[in-house]
Structures are given as C-alpha cells and as structure tokens.
Design a protein around this ligand. Structure first.
Ligand SMILES: [Zn+2]
Ligand SMILES: [Zn+2]
Length: 394
C-alpha cells in the first residue's frame, strides 16, 4: 500500500488522464537520438501555452523551459530525456510504435510526459511558487550525446541553476517503489572501436597475408584480462565487444577487422586505467601477429554520482509520497546515463521509480517486449512535484 500526502492528490488526479495520453502519444511517435523534432515541438508548444519561457534547439533538439515563481527562492532544474531506440516493438497496443524500427523501450516517453505535466502543475501555482524552476528536456541520452551539447549551449545558465534533479523509470521495481541511492549509482561508459589492419589475400595461402581476423580474435579474448588482472577485485568494471565486422567471404583473408564495444566502471581511476590500457593492449597484441591496431574512443560519460545532501533530501520527499517501506537505496546498475554530466556540474540526485508489473516479472529496458506499467506515471509525478516544490523553497 502506498501512503499519499493530500497536497498533490487532487492535481495529480486531475492530470492523470492527460499524463497517460501524453505518454501514449510519445510512445506512438518515437524518435531516434538527435532527431526528436516532433517531441521537442510538442514540449515547446505545451510549455509555451503554460506561459513558461521556452528555448528550443538547445544543443541540437533540446528544449529548456523556465518557470519564474512570483516569490523569491532558489533556481532548481528538472531533467527529462526524450529519445527512443532503434528497435521494432513487439507489444500490440493501439498506442504501439507507428514508426517501424524505432521504439520507446526505455521509458523516456514517460519521462517526457511527467516532465511536461510537472511543469504545467507548478506553472498553475506560480503565484505561490518560490524561486525559478528550469525544465531541461534532453535529447540523445541513448547515445550519451545530449547532455554535453546542452551544457555547452548554456542550459544551466540564464538563470544560473543551483541544483538538478531527475528520475528514470525501472521495470525492475514494482509500481509504488522508489530507489534513491547516494554516491555512485550508474556506471561510466566509454564506447570504443578497435581497428585491426593486416594484408588481405587468399584463404588458402595465409602465409602471404597478415590475417587481421586472427589478431582481432586474440585481442578480443585477451582484453578480458584487463578486467580480471588489472582492476582491483573490490572494484567493478565490464568490458564488452558487441560488434565485430570483417571480411566478405569464407576463403578471402580481409585486410581489416573492426571491433566495437563498451567499457563500464564506477571509479574514475578504474575508468582511466582501462581506457588508457585498452589501446596499448590492442596495439601490442596486434604487433605479435604482424598486424596493426588502433583504438578510438567515441562518446563517453562518467558514472552517475548522486550528491549526499541532495540525495537525503529526495529520500525524504519520496518517503512522504510513497511511505518509508517503499523507498530503498537500490543497487548500482552497470547501465549509464549522461545525467552524470549535469551532476558533475551541479549538486543533485537522479533516482528511480518503479514501473514493473504486479507479478514482478518484467522484461528489461531496451528489449522489444519492453512494457511500462502506466500506474507508475502518477507516482513519478507526485514524487517529482514534491522534490521540485520543496527544493525551490529550501
Ligand atoms: Zn535506455
Ligand atoms: Zn533510459
């Protein structure tokens, strides 16, 4: 059972139907990272209508909406990510994705709908609202490529944001559960590409070639030793190659092999070590096979680290809204989120809100069968309202 404070009940109930419709509309019309044009347009329209100051095209397709309360107070940001994933949805529902190959399989449709509704409810209370609420609708979270350009475009300035909050839905918790974890909460991510170059030739005469596939295979197997032999056992890290591309035919030795993968960690020292060692390891290993390897790191972001004071504050708000038994620390997750970049700039907290089924069986995020228990939407809205309202007056 969840305990609710009466403060938001009426407003949340009044907005519940619209919140659901909004989420389903975004779900029906998912857009890939950096292409969230329709989504951004709807956000801007709605918040313009609610009389917020709206800036569009912030760091690409980002939207910043500023709400000035009529009373003095602090400046606090709420961040919601808005992009979808390259997946074909398996769920059959009238609001299922209408765009083949694109799907909201992470819950960002819900984050967007909650962010808009949160802004609208606070805007309606402008007369009694202290301070300034800044709503950051961030594109391209799924490629960890949206927070940085928004920060560079000045999303945290004019007005100067003092603190930042946000939430991510999780199917791994039931509706009504909230996870608020101090310190490291989500892993850092570094995407890499190892290119192994050899010399192509006939598959029957490998001695006349330098085979990049054999070299790449050895690099692939060997690189796990960086985790098992070089990362302190009390720390954690993951190194995964998710893509190997090479060759055209079984009897031709190609001239190159490409491996793409990701490194996840929590400690910055572990992250730095793996990033610096992977390139050297691949190059030295390739040399042993007479090949050459170069490693490139593409997008990357640090671990999500929640600030102690702000995390305690969010915990208090969540307990008020859903009751003490429903609020836990939760575990660290190896997934990453570029909310980390905002949290490096300003103190704040990124917490998780349950959208799991009552049975407890839920498909993970990023799966084509991903499904949100929509009863979690008003819970997220209530906790978000509580956090923003209290933070502005703190
Ligand atoms: Zn995701
Ligand atoms: Zn996500």
């Amino acid at each position: 059972m969840t305990k609710t404070r009466p403060e938001w009940n009426e407003e949340v109930a009044r907005h519940a139907e619209d919140l659901l419709a909004l989420r389903r509309d975004f779900h029906r019309h998912p857009e890939l990272s950096h292409q969230e044009r329709r989504t951004a347009e709807i956000i801007a329209e709605r918040l313009h209508a609610a009389k917020l100051e709206v800036r569009t095209g912030v760091g690409g397709t980002g939207v910043v909406a500023v709400l000035h309360g009529d009373r003095p107070g602090r400046t606090v940001a709420w961040r919601a990510d808005i992009d979808a994933l390259p997946l074909t949805e398996l769920l059959e529902a009238p609001f299922a994705s209408g765009t083949p190959g694109v799907m909201h399989a992470c819950g960002h449709d819900g984050h967007t709908a909650v962010g808009i509704t949160l802004a609208e409810i606070l805007a309606a209370r402008r007369a009694e609202l202290p301070g300034t609420a800044v709503f950051l609708f961030q594109p391209a979270e799924e490629v960890l490529g949206g927070a940085r350009p928004m920060i560079e475009a000045g999303a945290l300035e004019n007005p100067h944001v003092e603190e930042i909050y946000g939430l991510h839905f999780t199917t791994q918790q039931r509706v009504g559960q909230v996870q608020v974890r101090p310190g490291p909460s989500m892993a850092s991510a570094d995407a890499f590409t190892v290119e192994v170059r050899g010399t192509g030739g006939h598959g029957a005469m490998p001695h006349l070639s330098i085979d990049p596939i054999t070299a790449a295979a050895s690099i692939l197997l060997g690189m796990q030793a960086l985790i098992s032999r070089e990362v302190p056992a009390q720390d954690t890290a993951v190194l995964t190659v998710g893509q190997i591309v090479s060759g055209t035919k079984g009897n031709i030795i190609p001239d190159r092999a490409i491996m793409r993968g990701t490194i996840r960690a929590f400690e910055q020292s572990v992250r730095d070590h793996l990033v610096s060692r992977l390139g050297a390891f691949a190059a030295d290993m390739a040399k042993a096979y007479r090949a050459e390897a170069t490693t490139r790191f593409d997008y990357s972001c640090p671990a999500v680290v929640n600030h102690a004071k702000e995390t305690e504050f969010v915990r208090g708000c969540a307990v008020d809204e859903v009751g003490g038994e429903a609020v836990t620390d939760g575990r660290v997750v190896m997934a990453s989120d570029d909310m980390s970049l905002f949290l490096r700039e300003r103190p704040g907290c990124y917490f998780r809100v349950g959208i799991g089924s009552a049975s407890g069986v839920a498909r993970p995020h990023h799966a084509p069968e991903f499904e949100m228990n929509e009863a979690g939407l008003p819970v997220a809205l209530r906790v978000g309202l509580s956090v923003m309202r209290a933070a502005l007056a703190r």
